[in-house]
Design a binder for this molecule. Structure first.
Ligand code: GLY
Length: 299
């Protein structure tokens, strides 16, 4: 059986797509080499999302946007399609790779979602890497927050502020055993009030995986995705309406727009390993590895 892998680095009007292409291609190839060597879909999505979190280009981990107090608080989630096990983390400070913390919560606790200080304590117990404020507070994000405050805006990643790209990163995979997994990670919204949490750590909204249907990771305005439970809605279209990956992705985004005029996109891999992507924004940064070929899409 072959494997499939798809990653995303946010949606929006991508003004400078070539800025992201090399990174997206390198990360999807790195994840594909793990799957080719027999790694699980779960390990591949953690690996890819952690690499996206380490790259300051993306609104997750190191490149996370700043909240209204100039802090970085991160959210992430992961789900395994074979068991429906899931882990998630919200509003954590200093954890280098929030997706690894979501994985630890899934594998080594009896809970799905931990937040704030309790989640950070659990990360220390599991000996995960922490970084100082300086690691996360990049010059680009400091300037972006200042601009948002001048305009009195909150916005996802760059949004209307500069290159109109919505934040969040994610990965979906099917491994050579036919198992599915999905993971998503974000720094949230520029200038967001302290305590605001979007869809990325909400299972069924920002992330979903079930071997009976597909694995899904979303990006966009979190409130829109929570209200439409969009990741689960997309999987419902596969499981109960018999749609293939691309059609289910398109129908889910149509539903997002029809119901709440939602802004964003999603990636999806189904149990046959077919990949789908769709967005209501002008573009979305994605890369896929399917049928032995890596490709990058920025529209
Ligand atoms: N989709 C990320 C967020 O709304 O926080």
């Amino acid at each position: 059986m072959g494997f499939s892998l798809m990653i995303h680095g946010g949606a929006g009007a991508i003004r400078d797509p070539q800025r992201y292409e090399a990174s997206l291609r390198a990360i999807v190839k790195s994840g594909a080499s793990l799957l080719a060597a027999g790694s699980s879909a779960l390990d591949a999505v953690v690996h890819c999302v952690a690499l996206l979190e380490d790259d300051p280009l993306y609104n997750a981990g190191r490149g996370s946007v700043l909240d209204a107090e100039g802090s970085v608080l991160c959210d992430a989630s992961i789900m395994e399609g074979r068991t429906l096990k899931a882990g998630a983390v919200a509003a954590v400070r200093g954890v280098r790779n929030p997706v690894r913390l979501a994985f630890e919560i899934m594998e080594n606790s009896s809970h799905v979602l931990l937040v704030g200080e309790g989640a950070e304590r659990f990360a220390r117990e599991r000996r995960l890497a922490f970084e100082s404020d300086d690691y996360f507070r990049t010059r680009e994000r400091i300037d972006q927050l200042a601009k948002a405050k001048r305009k009195r805006e909150t916005a996802l990643d760059h949004s209307e502020l500069d290159d109109t790209k919505f934040g969040t990163v994610g990965a979906v995979a099917r491994d050579t055993n036919g198992d599915l997994a999905a993971a998503t990670s974000t720094g949230g919204v520029v200038n967001q009030p302290v305590g605001r949490v979007g869809d990325s750590p909400i299972i069924g909204a920002g992330t979903f995986a079930d071997n009976a249907s597909c694995a899904v990771s979303c990006t966009g305005v979190g409130e829109d995705f929570i209200r439409t439970v969009l990741a689960r809605t997309a999987s419902f279209f596969v499981e109960f309406r018999g749609m293939q990956a691309e059609q289910a992705a398109c129908e889910a985004i149509r539903y997002l727009v029809d119901k709440v005029d939602g802004q964003g996109g999603l990636i999806l891999v189904d149990r046959q390993g077919r990949c789908g992507r769709a967005h209501s924004t002008p573009g979305m940064l994605t890369a896929r590895f399917a049928d032995g070929v890596a490709s990058v899409e920025t529209r």
